[in-house]
Design a protein around this ligand. Structure first.
Ligand code: GSH
Length: 654
């Protein structure tokens, strides 16, 4: 989450009158960006990571752990009185959707391979934010989902329902969980208003011996009509019912952004990473429970997807939940309402093309376009784009802006990017192709260039794991950019979409076969296990990407496993990063989701009813906190990562 616009956000029925204006001017801003920055060359491979934390409070007397809502002043402090200190240590802290969330990044990007510095920086970030939280009697967790979010007593607010939650109208989440910056409650309310209903997410419930047939937390209320009438028809038997943006955007992830040397290489990088996204979603699975229930899936993705799904019933090709209240009047502001198969938070829709390996037929899915934008982008005097690039942006521009700030309606398109970013930054896909600003002319190297953001991964419990996946992806990216004339990653987009579905299965890493290339020199794909995708000599990520780039760097002569015996401690640490990714992919080590699920089902208080009780939650999050701090006093770190990693980490603390 970057800088937040300041001003007065407009409610949906006011802001919608500006939507076409925002789209048209956003496109003009994009064209000025292309005109200014297209010619950039030789930009270095700068990159960075983003970690999202949750703030919690633990009461050892009551044996409860709750989300800490009221300590968000920490973020202001970190950005004012502690700013100098943070800058000096290369740390930066940002707001996120939840009032209980803190996002942290390095203040300045890493230049090239950063190895253990990534973990050091992550550790400093955690330490800095954690000290602040401890001073307030709170804690910091890097957990993909708070397992009891939405259950009675899940926050530290005393009188939780003393005010009505007008923004979300959720049966479960008070509006106090939402960041105080006006963008976020407005986003929540405008998504609901545009959709014409509350968001509605049904997650398959894990079925155990005593699991009830229905989510018995659904209840009657009469604060808001019609929203309070929706739950009986919205909630499905056998599923966990979630009804608010916070259930999704309150989840945490690990994101990475890479700068490419030129726009063409950025397009190539984006396309090449498209099918890495579902694989790394499954490989980092860490979300086994929602709203106090064990889920029959392991990742957060479709929860967020549903949580920000602002499509009208017509766009989703379904009947409204309550037709007597929902006539769809005035919700969409596109000139021609159309069917839209996917939420704005979803897998990448289109390859960008622009290289010799790409063929138009790889974009084989039904992707609606804004035809006016498509035409304008290809035929204009500022910067006529090629069809594939124009198609990408014209798909993003089928969406309405969700938050318009009154003071920001009129902008100077030659210098501002707000309207473009309004649409771009609420298309939350597995990857984001990030154009620079109009200031990023070829000679102005102070302004960042063309970047690609990798967004699917779930957050991990330890800095070690987060650094491992960050460095692993960096090496893949470095390899792609170095050998871009030789590596062809394309498979049909429809197969990538199927992979996204497969990535949601419980224990997908062990049980599913995913579409993957049969070789990277030419075309061809098949279905493979995760172990094969990472290790097969012909098409595995380790032999084809990691070994290749490590050989190029002269770190090894043939295989990454040689690093284990290096006399150089950073290389030994790199070995452990790579080994962690390898062990999780082969099933030698459990995913975080698998480990936490097992903890819950083996807890003495578990009644085989899929419920994550407050007591189980308390014990589990105490354990998670110990693991985060590499405390193996109760053997949990060894159970989580195996004794090899546990002893390495105990004797090699950063
Ligand atoms: N926490 C999310 C996840 O687990 O995938 C990702 C963060 C995210 O998308 N945040 C929203 C956002 O708009 C906040 S509502 N971020 C800024 C952006 O995408 O530019």
């Amino acid at each position: 989450m970057g800088l937040l616009s300041l001003g007065t956000p407009l409610e949906w029925f006011e802001s919608r009158q500006h939507n076409e204006h925002v789209r048209q001017n956003g496109i003009e801003q994009l064209l000025y960006i292309f005109q200014a920055a297209y010619g950039r060359k030789d930009d270095p491979l700068l990159w960075g990571d983003e970690i999202e934390y949750m703030t919690c409070k633990t009461d050892d007397t009551q044996r409860t752990t709750t989300l800490a809502i009221d300590d968000d002043d920490v973020l202001s402090e970190l950005n004012t009185e502690d700013k100098g200190l943070c800058d000096a240590q290369n740390l930066s802290f940002h707001p996120e959707y939840g009032r209980f969330m803190i996002e942290a990044t390095p203040a300045r990007p890493y230049a090239g391979f950063a190895n253990e510095y990534v973990e050091e920086n992550m550790a400093r970030r955690r330490d800095t934010a954690e000290k602040k939280m401890h001073a307030r009697g709170a804690d910091l967790l890097s957990l993909a989902v708070f397992p009891r979010m939405g259950c009675p007593g899940f926050t530290d607010i005393a009188q939780v329902w003393s005010s009505r939650n007008a923004a979300s109208r959720s049966l479960y989440l008070p509006d106090q969980v939402i960041n105080r910056h006006a963008r976020f409650p407005t986003l929540t309310a405008n998504i609901r208003a545009r959709r014409g209903e509350k968001v509605c997410i049904n997650i398959p419930m894990y079925k155990d011996e005593n699991t009830p047939e229905i989510d018995d937390t659904v209840y009657q209320r009469d604060w808001f009509t019609p929203e309070d009438l929706e739950a009986p028809s919205a909630s499905k038997p056998g599923h966990i019912y979630l009804d608010s943006m916070g259930f999704g955007m309150g989840c945490s992830c690990l994101q990475l952004t890479f700068q490419a040397p030129t726009i063409d290489k950025a397009r190539y990088l984006y396309d090449s990473l498209v099918n890495f996204a579902p694989i790394f979603l499954a490989a980092t699975a860490a979300s086994p429970a929602f709203k106090g229930w064990l889920a029959d899936q392991d990742v957060r993705w479709n929860v967020i997807s549903g949580a920000v799904d602002d499509r009208t019933p017509y766009e989703r090709s379904v009947a409204p939940l309550l037709p007597e209240y929902n006539n769809e009047n005035g919700h969409s502001t596109m000139p021609e309402p159309q069917r839209i198969p996917k939420s704005r938070y979803s897998a990448v829709d289109l390859y960008l093309g622009g290289n010799a390996f790409f063929e138009g037929r790889f974009n084989d899915t039904d992707v609606p376009l804004n035809e006016g934008v498509l035409q304008k982008l290809q035929t204009n005097s500022l910067f006529p784009m090629d069809y594939d690039l124009a198609r990408h942006f014209s798909h993003l521009f089928i969406r309405d802006p969700l938050v318009v700030f009154q003071e920001r309606v009129h902008q100077d398109n030659k210098n501002s990017t707000d309207h473009f970013e309004n649409i771009q930054s609420t298309n939350w896909q597995t990857l984001r192709f990030k154009p620079p600003t109009q200031a990023a002319t070829p000679s102005n190297k102070d302004a960042p260039g063309w970047r690609v953001e990798f967004r699917p991964m779930e957050i991990h419990i330890t800095d070690f794991e987060n650094a491992a996946y960050a460095n692993f992806l960096f090496l893949v990216v470095e390899c792609l950019l170095k050998f871009s004339n030789e590596i062809n990653c394309y498979i049909p987009m429809s197969q990538v979409w199927q992979n996204m579905k497969l990535a949601h299965s419980r224990d997908a890493v062990l049980r599913e076969r995913f579409y993957w290339k049969t070789n990277f020199a030419t075309e061809g794909s098949g279905k493979f296990t995760m172990a094969e995708i990472f290790h097969d000599p012909a098409f595995g990520i380790f032999p084809q990407f990691i070994d290749r780039i490590l050989k190029d760097r002269k770190y090894v002569s043939s295989s990454w496993t040689e690093l284990k015996n290096s006399s150089d401690p950073p290389k030994v640490r790199l070995f452990h990063y790579l080994k962690l990714v390898s062990d999780r992919a082969t099933g030698n080590l459990p995913t975080i989701a698998n480990f936490l699920r097992r903890y819950i089902t083996e807890h003495p208080g578990y009644k085989k009813d899929s419920r994550v009780t407050s007591d189980i939650n308390y014990d589990m999050l105490k354990m998670v906190t110990r693991i985060t701090h590499l405390d193996d006093s109760q053997g949990e770190l060894s159970r989580f990562l195996g004794t090899g990693f546990a002893s390495f980490l105990s004797s090699n603390r950063l």
